[in-house]
Design a protein around this ligand. Structure first.
Ligand SMILES: Nc1ncnc2c1ncn2[C@@H]1O[C@H](COP(=O)(O)OP(=O)(O)OP(=O)(O)O)[C@@H](O)[C@H]1O
Length: 370
């Protein structure tokens, strides 16, 4: 989903009043030492028939300075809405957030001055050259004319686009345009860059280039990167990952710790009769462990998966079922997502009626709750 630009999202129109009280915020205010810190952040919309639709519910996040932080979730999870609030483009319904040392409610202008925002929709003019696009942005951000040429040259160099600076944008590849968009957001030297699905629509090679570019940015300039994605392999390369599902934060840690916490390996068996094999494996496996079957075969999630393979093969062969392939793999972030939500991230679909409630209290919202 694209970021929203309706009146509801014009945070600068919001009065600079005291933030809405929340049980979270009363005890643990956001910590301005973090690049991003939120407590009890909520975004809701009036739904049909007097109901309330919660796009984001009671979000507590802490992102360290210089960290590459992935915000992972399926379509409709609430990622774009969260970014809109953190960039002070959407007004939170409740809760607090400080971003780059400024309060999103009471200091939205400072927030927008201090961060860069790469949205899903391109804001480049395809008929202008790369350099001309940068100059327009520099003027919008009030960068002094004497500095613009030098800043543009610097960010073009960082983006690896110096030799294409006079090319009209429409002649650049998808990956180059995305790098130019990032360069544009770096002109005013923000310490924190929000990137909403930065690799959407790019082929694997261009995606890898964007990530190499982002990692280099972090190394060279210490820029904090907050990246939304539904690509697991992208999240796995970040310092920390927050998983959001149906507006709610379900887990937050390093990829390694998230995987270690669930512990289970995936044991995959491809057999001559997967349906019967599924029944047999279910009988053998401890009841608390998941056993599923799909076109790829039978999958059992257990700790120390490789030790299960000989036993399962022997049991299946005892029922005259031939095992054609067997493997045990350590947990992936998809397993982590499955563990916390009961679904695969790729199978997860946005609810037709996301998190709808007639209650004013998001904790009591029923739709989409588990
Ligand atoms: N203005 C709005 N009015 C009502 N519901 C909204 C509004 N904006 C967003 N939503 C709902 O809030 C939920 C979260 O949307 P959001 O765009 O933040 O998800 P997302 O994780 O960014 O999805 P995607 O990956 O598809 O961009 C969705 O179910 C969406 O339909």
């Amino acid at each position: 989903m694209q970021l929203h630009t309706g009146d509801d999202h014009l945070a600068h129109a919001a009065p600079a009043t005291a933030a809405i009280a929340s049980p979270h915020t009363a005890h643990h205010p956001p910590d301005p030492e973090y690049a991003i810190s939120t407590r009890g952040l909520v975004k809701s919309y009036p739904g049909p028939d007097g109901t309330t639709t919660y796009a984001v519910r009671e979000l507590d996040l802490d992102v360290r300075q210089g960290e590459t932080f992935a915000f992972l979730g399926p379509n409709g999870a609430g990622k774009s809405t969260t970014i809109a609030m953190l960039c002070a483009l959407a007004r939170p319904t409740a809760g607090h957030a400080t971003v780059a040392g400024a309060d999103v409610r009471t200091q939205p202008h400072q927030v927008r001055q201090r961060v860069g925002m790469l949205f899903q929709q391109s804001a480049l003019d395809p008929d202008l050259t790369a350099e001309q696009n940068l100059r327009i942005h520099a003027r919008l951000y009030g960068i002094r004319r004497v500095h613009v040429r030098q800043r543009a040259a610097e960010v073009l160099e960082v983006a690896g686009l110096t030799d294409r600076r006079r090319s009209p944008v429409r002649t650049l590849s998808g990956g180059m345009r995305r790098r130019l968009e990032i360069a544009r957001q770096l002109l005013h030297a923000p310490s924190l860059l929000f990137l909403d699905e930065p690799t959407t629509g790019l082929d694997p090679h261009a995606r890898a280039q964007i990530w190499a570019h982002l990692h280099a940015l972090r190394e060279r300039q210490g820029t904090t990167l907050f990246v939304t994605t539904h690509h697991l392999e992208e999240a796995a390369n970040c310092d920390r990952v927050a998983i959001i599902d149906r507006g709610r934060l379900v887990a937050q840690d390093t990829p390694r710790a998230l995987k270690a916490a669930i512990g289970d390996d995936s044991v995959m068996l491809h057999t001559s009769d997967d349906t019967t094999a599924h029944r047999i494996v279910r009988r053998i496996a401890p009841p608390e462990h998941s056993v599923t079957v799909d076109p790829h075969g039978v999958c059992l999630r257990v700790p120390d998966g490789s030790s299960w393979i000989p036993r399962l093969c022997a049991a299946l062969e005892g029922h005259s079922i031939a095992v054609r392939a067997a493997s045990a793999t350590p947990p992936t972030l998809d397993d982590v997502f499955f563990h916390h939500t009961g679904r695969s991230i790729h199978g997860a679909r946005p609810d037709p009626a996301p998190a709808t409630s007639t209650s004013a209290d998001p904790a009591q919202a029923t739709g989409g709750d588990r």
